[in-house]
Ligand binder design. Sequence first.
Ligand code: SAM
Length: 449
Amino acid sequence: MTAETLMEGVMEIPGANAVWLDPVAVLNRGYSLYLVAYSQYYSRAYFGNLNSSASAPSIGDGLAGSEGGTRKRKRKKTYTPNEKEVMAELRHQESRSAILKAHSLFLETRRPLISSKLNLENIPCSRTETPPQISTHSISGTSSTSLSEEAEVDFVRLSELWQAPLYELNILGNSSHSSNKTSCDLRCCEETDTRQTPLFGCIVEHEEEEEVLAECAGCIFVVPSHCRFLISDVSSIHKLIPERPVCGYNLILIDPPWENKSVHRKSLYPTLPNRQLLSLPIQKLVHNEGALLALWLTNREKLHQFVEKELFPAWGVELAASWYWLKVNNSGEMISPLDLQHHKPYECLLLGYLPGEKQEAASKETVQKGAVSEKGNVSLNTPPNKFVIMSIPGDHSRKPPIGSLLSQYAPGPSPVNGLELFARELTPGWTSWGNEPLRFQNLRYFDRR
Ligand code: SAM
């Protein structure tokens, strides 16, 4: 069996409802002057000698005795799971066979996939461990600031300062100088064709065919072609609402900052209470031909129930399919045993449809199936259920780039008018919003082509 390349960086696993995805190769389709560096994308944890028994859970690894080690020994033999745990286990069992099948067929084909095509085993893990944080003394312009090629900007912290409205983003012109990586060359280019825009609360558009560099707070960022972004808190999300539904979004990808103990403990990013998500103006963002919405979820049962019973009904989303992102290491093994109760090696992506203004007038059956498009009697592709995406995880919470996989299932215009909410990176041709959508656009994550 050989794997078939669906698109650059995405390979179909023969016989399975699944793909292998190389996030770096997918991201690099969108750049012509720069390349996302493998060594910067991947965190060290998933390379090297990991316990290869991770993918082979024993029968006893189920609900009651699932935590292993000392905790397992301390637990009473007569442990009775509560209602939520039982529901969670049932949900896990529903996904389990699809994931196991995808993974075992992936292992059969993984040599050609991982070794020769992607060459991941040779990736040097030379990432700078803790990048220096940029101090807050530099506000606008670069003349009094030294540009750093290693530091990171803490956008969330900057946005809370009284100086926040004074911060500017300097978009450096698309001249040959701007593609050079050194601070010195950037300064030359800045003098000739720099465009300035407030950093926070303003929609920034880059409409050209090639990526450009931008500078703010002493760091340099790569801004991909034809992209838009807004760096703001939820209070400014209304700025994304299109003037007319025909300019709305037909693919909406959302990875909310769900309240989560581990995120709090590690102070990774601020989280949002569920009630704030209920009030996001999702319906106002939708294209008049409707939209496909994809929502990332953690494995907490409480969250699944909230989405199914409250969030999707409040947003007007009709659930269409559940997908799974199975995280593997560079040997192809799952990053943790599949049946651990509190630490699954997969995350869930729920796909659903929102009707547009035009579809709302059509019959309910047409809306549910998305069967007829405005451009003729073309059948809309509906997403497969229990589809598995396998990849090696990068930074904490960083999701694989799945926009191009999803776009074939979006109603309305093609190429899609995509919107990512709570984004930490930009996508060519898409609009990205969140309080740190430039985070992974920092030049430190890229190499020159
Ligand atoms: N999908 C992203 C990725 O692949 O890297 C991860 C998104 S992370 C789960 C959630 C993001 O939402 C974080 O960047 C966080 O800072 C941001 N966020 C938290 N509270 C926010 C708020 N009130 N307004 C805007 N963004 C917020």
